[in-house]
Design a protein around this ligand. Structure first.
Ligand code: AMP
Length: 636
């Protein structure tokens, strides 16, 4: 279908994906290997649930690793670079196949079987990818938790996923500073009512580990016992579960976004072709972390499924210097790069000469996602690299881009400020905030929604909680069910969308999605905190930062600036230890009362507006106007 798709316009391609859905996705499904063909493309009999490729048997690890052994066994598959530990290791597909089987054998020997959960709490080291692929291989469900999260965040995920085994490491490293994982993991297991029967630990020699006899195992020793392991791929029903990944929403409790096997594999393979245009044998460099969805889709599975080498990078973009990423592009002839606007803003502060020092001629495009891309940043990097900068908008829930441009189908220009147009498979609409009516005109602001059925790769449900999936995300409008992205958007006359921020209490700090409620819950656990409101405030570097406003239980302790600084420090430390430094507010300010409505609802949006120097809008429902004045005074 390659040639017909090339000649078709993108508009036709998109229309076909919706109007001739089954034929369209049958063609995409041919991009992966099936052990047994599917007999139904999309089962949408029980909306909003969409089941893709029923009857088909396949395996993500087979598609990412084994199927490449025939043609590219000796080509690079996984390139590990750590500027923290000064290590660089390259695994060919053949070597990756061997390591994944060793890890799979270790997990099986620890009692992990099909359908069992394995929680992966790891720094950016090859064993993290081995563990993910090993789970996929044996049909275990992985749940990767970002290494920057601390004990409480980790505990709630252990509780919800109830893993048989946890794979972790002694430590990560950031900016040359060792970040110990093991004590946080031990504390998380202590806090959780679920206890894993086995903890497999990669000892990097960065920090001492207290091992709990019977539960904790050293990975290197276990691996030694399985050097010749041959663990065949478990053929899975397309609709079985491949993984869960936790993400934040309106309530404090994180949601386990659940993904299938076949639909996800097809979605990634199709995106590699139509959106990222990566060719087998080339190198893909995504600067994300395996703890985020981008790491799942575009560090581990997507590039490998496409037969590309993938770079796993541990370190900062500016260490040892601001040229490190560009040097990797040159060294490994990276053709596709994926990063986040914040990283580019960090690089923008470096000497521009770094961009000129390296041969970047292999690079075909830079994709940026996770947060809004501002025009100065986009222009700076576009000028510096001389390749297309492709903004793309999506979510943990979607697994792959919702809005961008698909240059593999038809070359289109990006518009600064817009992530692009709806991708094939997505019927994206805008709904009026209060009436819920569909907005069809140009430049009208509404809530971005997706009409079901959602395409392959999209979340199947919330882990163990179908009702939460339906109630959180879906609403009916006349004649249809739509999925809410919880983002505001507008669409211009050419059909390009612009994303204007979240409709809920989720904030986006440097591309990291955080729930303000989670941060509030953590801060509330401080003995001297009576009430707290956390809001996201615009920031030049990180896009947004969290700011906390606290009413102390005993305000007499806050007499002077020094006492306030002390409590602020205590609160920040508390958040660091419970949620992780990613969630730490940039400032904690003290007030005697928080702005609320007469019915007692916190007016977060009004607080945010004041912090950003904007008009807080209609305040007629506010209980005590002096509350907002206090916040104004703090910023005066
Ligand atoms: P996450 O689930 O962590 O990927 O966060 C998803 C949220 O990040 C979306 O709902 C948006 O609010 C925001 N987001 C992601 N990509 C973009 C983008 N390209 N432009 C603007 N906002 C984005």
């Amino acid at each position: 279908m390659g040639s017909s798709a090339k000649s078709a316009s993108y508009a036709d391609f998109h229309r076909r994906s919706l109007e001739d859905r089954d034929a369209f996705w049958t063609e995409q499904a041919a991009l992966i290997d099936w052990h047994r063909p599917f007999d139904r493309v999309c089962n949408h009999d029980n909306p909003p649930f969409a089941r893709w490729f029923e009857g088909g048997l396949t395996n993500l690890c087979h598609n990412a690793v084994d199927r490449h052994l025939k043609d590219r066994a000796d080509q690079n598959a996984l390139i590990f670079v750590s500027t923290e530990t000064e290590q660089e290791r390259v695994y060919s597909f053949r070597e990756l196949h061997v390591e994944v089987q060793r890890m799979a054998a270790v997990l099986k020997a620890q009692g992990v079987g099909k359908g069992d959960r394995v929680l992966i709490y790891m720094p950016m080291i090859p064993e993290a990818a081995f563990a993910m692929l090993a789970c996929a291989r044996i049909g275990a469900i992985h749940s990767v938790v970002f290494g920057g999260f601390a004990s409480h965040s980790l505990a709630s995920r252990i509780e919800d996923a109830s893993p048989v085994a946890i794979v972790s490491a002694d430590a990560g490293s950031r900016g040359g500073k060792v970040v110990e994982y093991k004590p946080l993991l031990d504390e998380a297991i202590r806090l959780s009512s679920h206890k894993p029967s086995s903890v497999v630990l990669v000892n990097r020699g960065l920090a001492p580990m207290a091992m709990e006899a019977g539960r904790d195992h050293d990975y290197a020793s276990l691996r030694e016992q399985h050097l010749d392991a041959q663990v065949p791929c478990e053929w899975l029903e397309s609709t079985e579960i491949s993984y869960t990944i936790y993400t934040s929403g309106t309530t404090g409790r994180p949601k386990g976004v659940q993904r299938d096997v076949g639909g996800y594999a097809v979605a990634l393979a199709a995106s590699m072709k139509h959106i990222f245009m990566g060719q087998p044998g080339e190198t893909y460099f995504s600067t994300s972390d395996i703890g985020w969805v981008v790491g799942h889709s575009y560090i581990v599975y997507g590039p490998l499924i496409a037969g590309m080498a993938t770079i796993m990078y541990e370190g900062l973009p500016i260490r040892p210097d601001g040229g490190i990423w560009w040097s990797l592009i040159e060294k490994y002839k990276v053709s596709v790069m994926f990063s986040a606007p914040t990283a580019v803003r960090v690089l923008k502060k470096q000497d521009p000469a770094y961009l000129k020092k390296h041969d970047l001629s292999s690079l075909k495009a830079l994709f940026l996602a996770g947060e809004p891309l501002d025009e100065p940043t986009a222009r700076w990097i576009a000028d510096g690299l001389g390749v297309p900068i492709i903004d793309n908008y999506w979510q943990t829930e979607s697994g792959w881009p919702i809005l961008t441009i698909a240059n593999g189908v038809e070359r289109k220009d990006s518009k600064f400020g817009s992530p692009g147009i709806p991708m094939y498979g997505y019927s994206v609409k805008l709904l009026h905030e209060s009436t819920g009516e569909e907005l069809t005109g140009a430049d009208e602001k509404g809530v971005v929604v997706i009409e079901g059925p959602t395409p392959p790769g999209f979340m199947q449900t919330v882990w163990k909680d179908d009702a939460r999936f339906v109630n959180t995300y879906w609403k009916s409008i006349p004649g249809k069910l739509v999925y809410s992205t919880f983002d505001w958007g507008i669409r211009d006359k050419d059909g390009y969308f612009y994303i204007l921020g979240r409709t809920d209490d989720v904030i986006n700090v440097a591309g990291h999605r955080l729930g303000t409620r989670e941060i509030e819950e953590s801060i509330s656990s401080h003995p001297n905190v009576a009430e707290v409101a956390v809001v996201g405030v615009a920031d030049n570097l990180k896009g947004q930062v969290a700011m906390a406003f606290v009413v102390a239980k005993d305000s007499t302790t806050l007499g002077d600036a020094q006492a306030q600084l002390k409590l602020e420090g205590e609160i920040m430390k508390l958040v660091d230890s419970q949620l992780g430094a990613v969630a730490r507010p940039s400032r904690v300010r003290f007030v005697s009362v928080l702005p609320k409505t007469r019915s007692g609802k916190l007016l977060r949006r009004a607080i945010q507006a004041v912090c950003e120097g904007r008009d807080p809008g209609d305040l007629t429902t506010m209980d005590d106007p002096s509350a907002l004045q206090q916040i104004r005074d703090l910023f005066a």
